[in-house]
Design a protein around this ligand. Sequence first.
Ligand code: CA
Length: 240
Amino acid sequence: MTAGPETVVRILVVEDEPGIARSLEILFSTEGLQPTVVGSGEAALACWSRHDLMLLDLMLPGIGGLEVLRQVRSADALFPVIIVSARSSEEDVIEGLTLGSDDYVTKPFSIRELMLRVRRTLARRALTQVDSHRPARVDEVVQIGDRFRVNFTESRAFTTQGERPLTTQEVAVLRYLTARAGQVCSRADLLQDVWGLHGRIETRTVDNFMVRFRKYFEANPRRPRHFLTLRGRGYMYSPG
Ligand code: CA
């Protein structure tokens, strides 16, 4: 497989209406993004963290869209979510935005407008910030211990569970930490430098990334050697 210079962007489309789901799938594929379509809130909650952005319908069978958003937000304050819904009353829009969706598109929507909003959300949340904060020089492949490594060029990792793709945010956090091996990075540093967020933000986002990285790269995630949390001080990556 050859990898282009740009990172693959994985879009999760949560939509139970097959016609709309199919047209979104075609749209994103045509635009060079990598869409996954799921038709229920349960399926969305099972796989959202492996994506870079979620398009979320509100009226779904079983767990509804707003509950999906609530659960995603409690795990990750920053994961990009755009609600796409026929519910267009002011109250619905406000509730969605209050729960922390990045944007709200009402059905029926214009394809061009939707695409513009997706691009804008991605740019705001991760891609442009990652590039502008990228350290001057980072090896494109970083070895973690004897067995694991990250290939930044291809956004892939060799992990405890074999080879797997990484999301844009995973790449950004890994880049940041591995470029500062042996240094303590505070939560505020990470939120500011990786996501461009300032001020005091209560979020488990960074901790959740650390949990994920331990699952990927630690022989024993309960006794981490590489991705360390230093209580009250922050996080540290140790290559050894
Ligand atoms: Ca629906």
